[in-house]
Design a protein around this ligand. Structure first.
Ligand code: TRP
Ligand code: SF4
Length: 551
């Protein structure tokens, strides 16, 4: 109906590691190489050809390693030790990646404010895949964060062509499950995109910092894309920054990796609205990240040389000397040529590391105030100020403080965490359009039981072989059910299932029977809780009946 279905999908690779949920028990396998994440402003660079993440495409990821290598998502494992009381989805590697989550972990550790927000398109029944995200929001709320859950009704209407009646019905169902799982609506915030004026206003402001070509590049939008679909994108940008409207704070967006393009754009827009950009610099001229790497190398080498020579007459590294050093030490390429040119032009100017405040959107008054506020050694230029004493973090804090004092948003770049998609019970992807492939939170408990009993497994052809070789828990949708849901917080139990399976002690028939019973119990209990929280939803500040016209 919208005529803007997107063709992109992640390239399929034969060595699919996408269901390695047992990774934690085996000890991590290969560790993918990571690209350092440039801070704010620059991380929306398009990845190499052949791989795209499509928020409106299919929910499968052929190769999670590519997300680290090509998209710059960071590995969650490396941060796990810094997270207080990590959730079981974190401990079990279901949450596998993040952007900038350290900010949030730090805030949790230091008892500072932080927030978590995610959104749900009300296109069908909430299912066990959505439960992962509900749980993530709720966990952050329990850790003391401001928690937000929103119904992406504008997106469902414009990108999926859902009617308002359908949207209202599904919205209710999502929220009831969220509350049933433990979200506290009095402490936290629930809203629908169409019902929140502040979100709409923020979306408008943010839209002024993005243009069509950019959306075309990121999402594959074309001349056929309907305008409301584009509006739903800026609305999502506003959702992501909404928790910071009262006060800037680290904010985590728990989502599937298909939403990463949205996260990157939101991080970019947060940077673009800033009064001041803070970067590292070495001299009065501008240099990009690659050039700065060479400048850093030249500066380090030449200051060492000066120190060793003990020459007291001139302790300054000069730009022209750095140019000569680079020519001798670094293989020629475009980057080297560019920076050597700049260095030669700067001649005798000292090469000195510094942090630079760039005037992006500041008023004259705010720029003046910043100049006054920078303490210690500094140099003032027309459109930037260089400080020789401040650390980068201190500079960012100062820039935000001045921005807030002068009526700006002061957004902190939003963070994200990414969970693995669950494998469908029938193998392949879990799809809302294939009922047997997933379990809806509204499924009759007995149907839930039956679906688990009918699921494909990672078992061997015969019981004998299974005893001899062990089962393939890492490729088993039933094991996933244990790890993602049925074992709950009980790591011992999840580990036991895994070990017994791969050790050949566990046979699929019994294993599925146990899982099916647990699923039936879970669904029955969940649905009972849904009924109990109906009053809570009635009391919550959210309008669930849209009075929109039918066309
Ligand atoms: N685009 C998301 C989806 O497809 C829904 C969504 C809207 C969202 N706004 C959000 C997700 C903000 C995370 C944060 O389901
Ligand atoms: Fe899967 Fe259980 Fe069979 Fe192992 S024993 S392959 S976990 S169903």
């Amino acid at each position: 109906m919208t005529g803007d279905e997107l063709p992109h999908e992640i390239e399929v690779s034969s060595d699919d590691h996408s269901h390695a949920s047992g990774e934690q028990w085996r000890g991590s396998g290969e560790s993918a190489s990571r690209r350092a994440l440039p801070d704010g402003g620059t991380d929306a660079a398009e990845p190499e050809e052949g791989a795209t993440l499509d928020p409106w495409g299919s929910d499968t990821i052929a190769d999670y390693r590519k997300l680290f290598e090509e998209f710059g998502i960071e590995e969650f494992d490396e941060l796990l030790g810094e997270v207080p009381n990590p959730h079981y989805l974190m401990r079990r590697g279901v949450i596998f990646g993040h952007r900038d989550y350290r900010r949030v972990a730090d805030a949790m550790q230091n008892d500072e404010p932080f927030a978590a927000l995610s959104g749900f398109m009300p296109t069908g029944d909430p299912h066990i895949g959505h439960k992962l995200v509900f749980d993530e929001i709720i966990w952050h709320q329990q850790q003391g964060g401001d928690a937000y859950a929103l119904i992406a009704d504008l997106e469902a209407n414009s990108a999926r062509g859902m009617s308002w009646d359908e949207i209202d019905e599904h919205a209710r169902d999502y929220l009831l499950s969220l509350l049933a799982l433990g979200f506290d609506p009095e402490e936290g915030t629930i809203y629908r995109q169409s019902g929140d004026r502040e979100v709409q206003d923020l979306a408008f402001e943010l839209g002024a910092h993005a243009n069509f070509s950019e959306l075309e590049n990121i999402y594959g939008f074309s001349g056929e894309t309907n305008v409301s679909h584009m509006q739903s994108v800026v609305t999502q940008m506003a959702d992501i920054l909404y928790p910071q409207l009262d006060e800037p704070k680290p904010t985590v967006i728990p989502v599937g990796p298909d939403q990463d393009p949205h996260v990157r754009l939101a991080r970019d827009l947060a940077a673009r609205t800033q009064f001041f950009g803070v970067t590292k610099a070495y001299a009065s001229f501008e240099a990009d990240a690659e050039e700065r790497e060479l400048l850093a190398a030249a500066h380090a080498a030449l200051s060492d040389e000066l120190e060793e020579s003990g020459d007291e007459t001139d302790e300054t590294v000069r730009c022209e000397d750095a140019a000569e050093w680079l020519i001798e030490e670094i293989a020629p390429d475009d980057v080297r040529e560019r920076i050597v040119g700049k260095l030669r032009e700067a001649g005798k100017e000292p090469l000195r590391p510094r942090v630079r405040f760039l005037d992006r959107n500041a008023t004259d008054e705010a720029f003046e105030a910043l100049i006054d506020a920078v303490e210690g050694d500094k140099r003032v230029f027309d459109e930037h100020v260089d400080s020789f004493d401040l650390s980068r973090e201190a500079a960012e804090d100062l820039a935000r403080e001045v921005e807030l004092d002068h009526g700006g948003y002061g957004f902190v770049a939003p963070s994200s965490i990414y969970h693995r998609f669950m494998t469908g019970l029938t193998g392949g992807k879990m799809s809302s359009s294939v009922p047997a492939s997933h379990i809806s939170l509204l499924d009759d408990p007995e149907d839930g039981y039956d679906k688990v009993k009918a699921a494909t497994t990672g078992g061997r052809e015969t019981a004998e072989k299974q005893r001899e070789l062990g089962g393939r828990a890492d490729e088993c949708p039933v094991y996933e059910l244990y790890a993602y849901l049925l074992a709950g917080d009980d790591d011992e139990f999840a580990k036991q299932v895994y070990d017994e399976c791969v050790g050949g002690e566990r046979l699929c028939g019994d294993c599925k029977e146990q899982a099916a019973q647990l699923m039936e119990e879970f669904l029955a209990e969940h649905q009972e809780k849904r009924e109990e929280v109906e009053d809570l939803l009635e009391e919550a500040d959210i309008e669930l009946d849209s009075d929109r016209k039918r066309n």
